[in-house]
Design a protein around this ligand. Structure first.
Ligand code: SF4
Length: 656
């Protein structure tokens, strides 16, 4: 590479398109959630990006059969055929579908048109994954043609096509000029032809911009993966107008025969990250300046050596923020290197943008992710510094038994996970504090308190946590608190936790006490469920305590509610009351005066004649007027009479 006095221009639409940007972000976001991620094929045709996501823990698999349990599979922007979705669903894997919406639209078109009986003709590269995915949505026959010549042959070899219903679509990255040529080849005599212009506007715009720039340039550089179809197309478009080179990154610049002066245009494929485009431009610009400076006979070599402090991968450095973009920041490391930090290396908070996190002039601690001596660039991470700090905090929390707080991010096989200061914390099902076989989903997105019980010593920044430990300790503390302060007669408000045939267990706040069935009601009951339910709040008092046996007997009935107390304070002998017959015996009938207090109407007190059979006069449920004849408080017995009332009525009639 030998350059000076060059004017370097980067095409406006060079680099990541919407679909690729979306797919890459989905992967990084998912990795940020500490999920085990596998992409079905390389997420984009760019080795640097693929290497980076691999370094962050993602795997690249070629087939659904290669997926591991707990892995989330990401469908890349190219999309896949219907059978792949079916296989993923069948095997029960979690899936993130990053298929570009423009590609999904083609899937829909070919699926619908196939059903309507159309033969699908696809303009594109039959070996390209996007085309393979489209084929996978065609229900019937399809034909793929790569250019107008192949399309011409299709019609020549299949004269019966002139009779058929034909639907045309194009690979999203198909060359727009070639597409136009193909449309001219379609015979006008075909009776039913539908053409869907499915070339993506991003591709269209990028190709148009590249063509415009190529027309006014002496040389064009097209940056992108060798296997990136849209990059290859860009190369073809630009080659029509000027000398064009296809490079993957800055490393290849030195082998190019670039002119000493003139205009150089740069464009890049949809899978090329912005930082690579910037590196290429920066390297070329530096070269221009260096050559110019040598012409001015200024010896910068010594100065350069002095300022060229080497940095190494994994090294901790300090940098001053000098530029803030939407997806990355630039930092000055005080060396010859240009430092940049991508958004995902700034934070794991997907809601934040670089400007929310740093300001120009801030000094920040960073870790070198990758230093490129040839290019003079260095990829940095602030997140790893934060993670390291988080890891140190987690290790300390384990040593000191500190209670931490976090929000459960995912339910995984056999437990749940959360991220604490960037450290992945796994909480096994047995440590969640939930009963065995409980649905762990109830913890999803919940804020929980936990303790660290294990830390990955292998430097993987992972830990094992326990919610149960915190709950157990809280219960133990509550128990001790209870026993230290408990005394007979003290009242508590507690929730009914469980019921048995002999009573109700009440949670007094970390410790359970039991209310015996006889204590639950003044009335006779057969089961506690007649008066209380699980979850009811009761005001109870301590009747008996046994700390050694960990037994607490609780009282629930209150003296003032005692029906006998209520009766004796409201009724007296001679009172006439209404009573309900509750049982019939051979010697009379029992009648309820108030809840919990029954009186006996002796057989002789039912009528003013001899009664042989009580049932001839009374039945259960009858409400009758009775006079209270006698109250025996000691034996809790009441005698009541109907006959007395009949006699007093008779007497009053006689008096009249
Ligand atoms: S080139 Fe177009 S269709 Fe392809 S991923 Fe990008 S936005 Fe989607």
């Amino acid at each position: 590479m030998k350059m000076k006095n060059c004017e370097i221009t980067v095409a406006k639409s060079a680099g990541f398109c919407f679909g690729v940007d979306r797919a890459v972000k989905m992967v990084y976001n998912e990795l940020g959630r500490n999920t085990r991620v596998a992409t079905l094929g390389p997420i984009i045709h760019n080795q640097a990006v693929v290497d980076d996501i691999k370094a962050k823990g993602a795997r690249v698999v070629e087939d659904v059969d290669e997926l591991l349990p707990e892995e989330t599979v990401v469908i890349r922007s190219h999309g896949v055929g219907r059978e792949v979705y079916e296989k993923i669903a069948e095997k029960g894997f979690r899936m993130l579908d990053a298929t570009c919406p423009f590609v999904s639209k083609i899937h829909k078109i070919v699926s619908e048109k196939s059903k309507e009986g159309y033969l699908i003709l696809i303009a594109g590269d039959v070996n390209h994954p996007e085309v393979q995915g489209i084929i996978g949505h065609c229900n019937q026959k399809f034909i793929v043609f790569k250019d107008k010549i192949e399309l011409k042959h299709v019609f020549e070899k299949n004269p019966d096509f002139f009779e058929k219903k034909l639907a045309f679509v194009a690979q999203t990255t198909y060359n727009i000029i070639e597409w136009g040529e193909c449309l001219k080849v379609i015979p006008k005599s075909c009776p039913d032809i539908v053409v869907f212009d499915t070339i993506c506007s991003a591709t269209d715009t990028r190709q148009s911009d590249a063509a415009e720039l190529a027309k006014s340039s002496d040389v064009m550089l097209v940056i992108g993966g060798r296997h990136s179809s849209n990059t290859v197309k860009l190369f073809e478009v630009c080659s029509r107008y000027c000398t064009t080179y296809h490079i993957e990154n800055t490393d290849e610049l030195s082998s190019l025969k670039l002119p000493c002066a003139g205009r150089i245009g740069i464009t890049a494929g949809a899978s090329t990250p912005a930082y690579i485009i910037k590196e290429v431009k920066t390297t070329m610009t530096d070269n221009v300046n260096l050559t110019a400076n040598q012409d001015e006979e200024i010896d910068f070599a010594t100065a350069l050596d002095q300022s060229f402090k080497k940095v190494y991968t994994g090294e901790k450095v300090k940098g001053i923020v000098v530029g803030i973009g939407n997806t990355e920041i630039t930092v000055d490391l005080g060396t010859k290197y240009t430092g940049y930090v991508k958004l995902e290396d700034l934070t794991d908070d997907v809601t934040k943008k670089p400007a929310d996190l740093v300001a120009v002039g801030d000094e920040i601690d960073l870790i070198v992710v990758k230093a490129n001596d040839n290019e003079g660039t260095v990829a940095l991470s602030k997140r790893r510094v934060d993670e390291q700090a988080g890891y140190d905090t987690v290790v300390k929390a384990k040593e000191e038994g500190t209670v931490l707080e976090g929000v459960v991010s995912r339910v995984v096989n056999k437990g749940v996970t959360l991220s604490y200061l960037g450290v992945r914390v796994f909480i096994p099902a047995s440590q969640t504090g939930l009963p065995k076989n409980a649905d762990l989903e109830q913890l999803a997105k919940q804020k929980v308190e936990f303790k660290i019980i294990e830390v990955d010593e292998g430097g993987k920044k992972r830990a094992v946590g326990s919610i149960k430990k915190v709950e157990d300790e809280k219960r133990e503390a509550a128990r001790n608190e209870f026993w230290d302060n408990a005394e007979i007669g003290k009242t508590y408000v507690g929730k009914v936790k469980s019921l048995t045939s002999f009573g109700a267990f009440v949670d007094l706040g970390g410790i359970d006490g039991m209310v015996h069935i006889s204590e639950l009601s003044w009335n006779r009951i057969k089961h506690p469920s007649e008066v209380v339910s699980i979850g009811d709040t009761l005001e109870v008092y301590i009747k008996e305590l046994n700390r050694e046996g960990n037994r607490i007997s609780l009282g629930f009935k209150k003296a003032e509610d005692n029906p006998w107390a209520v009766f004796t304070s409201n009724y007296q002998v001679g009172d006439v009351v209404k009573a309900t017959i509750v049982s019939i015996t051979s010697f009379g009938a029992f009648a309820r005066i108030i809840d919990g207090v029954d009186g006996l109407i002796h057989i002789s007190q039912i009528a003013d004649e001899k009664v042989e059979n009580v049932s001839d006069y009374l039945a259960k449920g009858d409400v009758v007027d009775v006079k209270i004849k006698d109250i025996n408080v000691e034996k809790q017995r009441i005698s009541i009479s109907m006959r007395d009332l009949i006699e007093s009525e008779d007497n009053s009639e006689d008096e009249e």
